[in-house]
Design a protein around this ligand. Structure first.
Ligand code: GTP
Ligand code: MG
Length: 337
């Protein structure tokens, strides 16, 4: 209880700090420059994550109305002004190709797994891994946090841990397995425990600070688990729509991070039983369309025969769907011999 209060207090402080920061960035246009935004409205917007013009520009009127209680006309006007004051133009195919050339591929440790994803997990993208307990989602998160450090000098992994399953001891094992300096590897993983969904969202926003203020070369952001808090918190209170709206916002923050900083976002997701399904696998990822649409790659993990694991690519912009086997051992994720 005390902890929760403390947490709430720190969140209030955080909102205040953010508000100050936004005011200070005056040379750029901010949400305070939008028509009809007084202090109270701005506060409401900031509190639910609309901290910059881009977030307003890509919002729908109904989202803003729900967040602030403003009228429909004003919401539409705000969005229109935010859009026109931002460069939301088109990119040529050539420019896009240039951006694609900067894509780095993070390795899982298994060649088969990497090639399933077209050579590894891409930066600039969100990769969602879903599967039952013990299928290897957390282990893959650990392996990526280690392996991403060999792609670029000073590469840093951020690990947002919602289930208290991050284990530095495991990182040491994996670093040894990858032939990397354990101490250095541990130093370059920034771990934060998220106590609830709001805290989790705040931590995702904080990644920007690590990059901009601390100058860290963040190449990977792990959110393990993406959906557990949301699932637990929105059972009794609120509606599914509320949960989906928050989850949507969270995914947008992650998407923006991936896109703007050429980093890879790896999120894990549980599955739930789908009792009305008679054929195929009767499980379904939590979070529904919101998570599925925001993820660039989706991988379904399950336990295979003789202690192996099976990874199935179910959604990808460029790779054919496929399935491979791998196994987990002391040194990490390995190919099946
Ligand atoms: P939930 O978070 O419960 O949904 O599961 P998960 O998909 O995150 O599973 P996780 O990645 O934690 O996988 C757990 C499995 O990985 C265990 O059952 C072990 O088989 C294997 N594992 C975990 N740690 C080690 C290790 O240090 N060495 C080896 N060889 N296997 C390990
Ligand atoms: Mg796990």
């Amino acid at each position: 209880m005390e902890q929760e209060l403390e947490l709430q207090n720190s969140e209030i402080k955080e909102t205040k700090r953010k508000r100050k920061e936004i005011k200070m960035e005056k040379e750029e246009k901010t949400i305070y420059d939008l028509p009809g935004v007084g202090a109270a409205t701005a506060e409401k917007l900031i509190a639910v994550g609309y901290t910059d013009l881009m977030s307003i520009a890509v919002a729908s009127p109904s989202e803003l109305i729900e967040a602030t209680g403003m009228g429909d006309a004003l919401a539409k006007k705000m969005i229109a002004v935010a859009r026109s004051s931002l460069e939301m133009g088109f990119e040529s195919g050539e420019e896009l190709l240039k951006r694609r050339e900067k894509v780095i591929r993070l390795k899982t440790g298994s060649k088969a797994f990497d090639s399933l994803l077209g050579g590894g997990l891409e930066t600039g993208a969100i990769i969602e891994c879903f599967g039952e307990f013990g299928s290897g989602k957390t282990q893959l998160g650990h392996a990526l946090a280690v392996n991403c450090q060999s792609v670029e000098k000073d590469a840093v992994a951020v690990y947002i841990d919602t289930e208290n399953t991050f284990r530095p001891e495991r990182i040491i094992q994996l670093a040894k397995g990858a032939g990397l300096d354990e101490e250095q590897v541990l130093k370059n993983i920034k771990v934060a425990r998220a106590y609830n969904s709001d805290h989790q969202m705040l931590l995702a926003e904080k990644v920007e600070d690590l990059i901009k203020k601390q100058g860290l070369n963040v190449k990977l952001v792990v959110v393990d688990s993406l959906t557990a808090h949301f699932r637990a918190e929105f059972i009794g209170r609120g509606t599914l729509a509320d949960r989906q709206q928050k989850l949507n916002k969270h995914m947008h923050i992650l998407m923006k991070l991936a896109d703007m900083h050429n980093l890879c976002v790896y999120v894990t997701n549980q599955v739930m039983a789908k009792p009305d399904m008679f054929f195929g696998d009767p499980t379904q990822a939590i979070g529904g369309h919101i998570v599925a649409h925001a993820s660039t790659f989706r991988v379904y993990l399950r336990k295979g025969k003789k202690g192996t694991r099976v990874a199935k690519l179910v959604d990808s912009p460029s790779q054919p769907e496929g399935e491979i086997g791998f196994y987990l051992d002391e040194s990490g994720i390995k190919d099946v011999e």
